[in-house]
Design a protein around this ligand. Structure first.
Ligand code: AMP
Ligand code: MN
Ligand code: MN
Ligand code: MN
Length: 304
C-alpha cells in the first residue's frame, strides 16, 4: 500500500518535520505496543521514526512490520543505560545495519544488570516501607519485560507511600535519590563500543536532563567522543529555547551531529510522538546526514 510520500530529509535541523528518533513501547516502559505506536506516528504525520526502548530491541521487529505496512521509515534502535563518573547516562543506539553479536551480548549484560538493580532498588525501598518491591513492581509492569524505575514508582503509589509517580521520582527514584541505583550499569565507553562495532551511531540522549553544569556536559561530550560517540539529542520533547540555543552551540563546538525525539512513553500526557520544540538555526548537522544513515534520510522511491 502507499504511505506518506517520503522525501529526503532537509539539510538543516531547523527545517525538519515528521521525524522522531526517541520513543518507547511496551517492550520497555511505554504504554503502547510497537504496532500501536507506529499507527499513532502515522496519524500524527511522522515519516521517519526510531523505537528506542530501554536496553532492548524486542519491539523493533513489530515496529518494522508496521512501518513497512504503513510506509514509514524506521531505524532499528535502543536506549542503552550506562554510567559515566557515577552518573546514570542514556545513550541512544541507532543501528542502520542492525545489532552485531557483541551488541546482542551487551543487551544480555544490561538485562542482567537490570535484574540485579531491581533487587537492589527493592532492598533500598524496604527502608521506607515497601515490602516485596520486586513482586509489586512486576505486578505494575503487567508483563515479563525487564523492570524499570517507573514500575517501582507505580508500586510506591499503589502501596500508598506517595501520592503519585512524579512524587515517587522526586523523593525516592530520581537522580541522586536512594532508589537511583547506577552501579550495575556498564561504562559509557563500553556501550559506545557495542554501537560502533555494529556500524551504528551513538547518541547522548536528553543531555539537559542529567542535572549537569555546562562545563560538566563539556567533559561528558569529550569522553563520549573519545569513546567513538558522534551525536547528541539537540531536542528532547519540550525545551526552553534559550537553553536549546546554547546546547546547539555546544554540540557545534564538539562537532556532534544533532538528533531529536519526543521521548514519548504513553498517550494522554504532555508529549505525543513528534511533539518536540523547534530546533533553532545552528551549525549542528542533522544526524541523518551521518554517512551511516544516508539511506534512512535520503529520498525513497518505493515505499519502505
Ligand atoms: P530506568 O530505565 O529503569 O532507569 O528508568 C528510567 C525511566 O524512568 C525514564 O526513561 C523515564 O521513563 C522514567 N523517569 C525518569 N525520571 C523520571 C521522573 N523524574 N519522573 C517521571 N519519570 C521518570
Ligand atoms: Mn523510560
Ligand atoms: Mn532516557
Ligand atoms: Mn527514553
Amino acid at each position: 500500500m502507499s504511505g506518506p510520500v517520503l522525501q529526503a530529509l532537509p539539510e538543516r535541523l531547523a527545517d525538519v518535520r515528521g521525524v522522531d528518533l526517541h520513543m518507547h513501547s511496551r517492550a520497555s516502559d511505554g504504554a503502547l505496543t510497537p504496532g500501536e505506536l507506529i499507527e499513532l506516528c502515522l496519524a500524527r504525520g511522522l515519516t521517519h521514526v526510531a523505537l528506542t526502548d530501554h536496553d532492548t530491541l524486542d519491539g523493533v521487529a513489530e515496529a518494522d512490520r508496521a512501518c513497512r505496512r504503513l510506509g514509514l521509515r524506521l531505524i532499528a534502535a535502543a536506549e542503552l543505560s550506562c554510567q559515566w563518573r557515577g552518573i546514570g547516562i542514556h545513550v541512544v543506539a541507532l543501528l542502520p545495519e542492525g545489532a552485531s553479536a557483541g551488541f546482542t551480548a551487551g543487551l544480555e549484560t544490561l538485562h542482567q544488570a537490570r535484574e540485579r538493580r531491581s533487587r537492589e532498588i527493592a532492598h533500598r525501598l524496604e527502608k521506607i516501607g515497601l515490602d516485596d518491591g520486586v513482586a509489586r513492581a512486576r505486578l505494575e509492569a503487567g508483563s515479563e519485560r525487564p523492570l524499570g524505575r517507573p514500575d517501582f514508582a507505580a508500586a510506591l503509589v499503589s502501596a500508598g507511600l506517595v501520592p503519585d509517580r512524579k512524587t515517587a521520582f522526586k523523593r525516592y527514584l530520581g537522580a541522586g535519590k536512594r532508589g537511583d541505583v547506577k552501579m550495575h550499569w556498564p561504562e559509557l565507553s563500553t556501550v559506545v563500543g557495542w554501537i560502533r562495532e555494529s556500524g551504528g551511531v551513538a547518541v547522548i540522549a536528553h543531555p539537559l536532563r542529567y542535572g549537569m553544569t555546562r562545563r560538566k556536559r563539556d567533559l561528558l561530550f569529550s569522553a563520549f567522543i573519545e569513546a567513538g560517540g558522534e551525536a547528541a539529542e539537540l531536542i528532547s520533547g519540550y525545551q526552553n529555547p534559550d537553553t536549546t540555543f546554547d546546547l546547539a552551540r555546544q554540540l557545534a563546538f564538539h562537532g556532534l551531529y544533532g538528533s531529536l525525539g519526543s521521548d514519548f512513553h504513553y498517550p494522554g500526557g504532555a508529549l505525543a510522538p513528534g511533539t518536540i520544540s523547534p530546533a533553532p538555526a545552528s551549525h549542528v548537522k542533522p544526524i541523518w546526514l551521518h554517512p551511516a544513515l544516508a539511506s534512512f534520510g535520503g529520498e525513497i522511491r518505493e515505499t519502505c
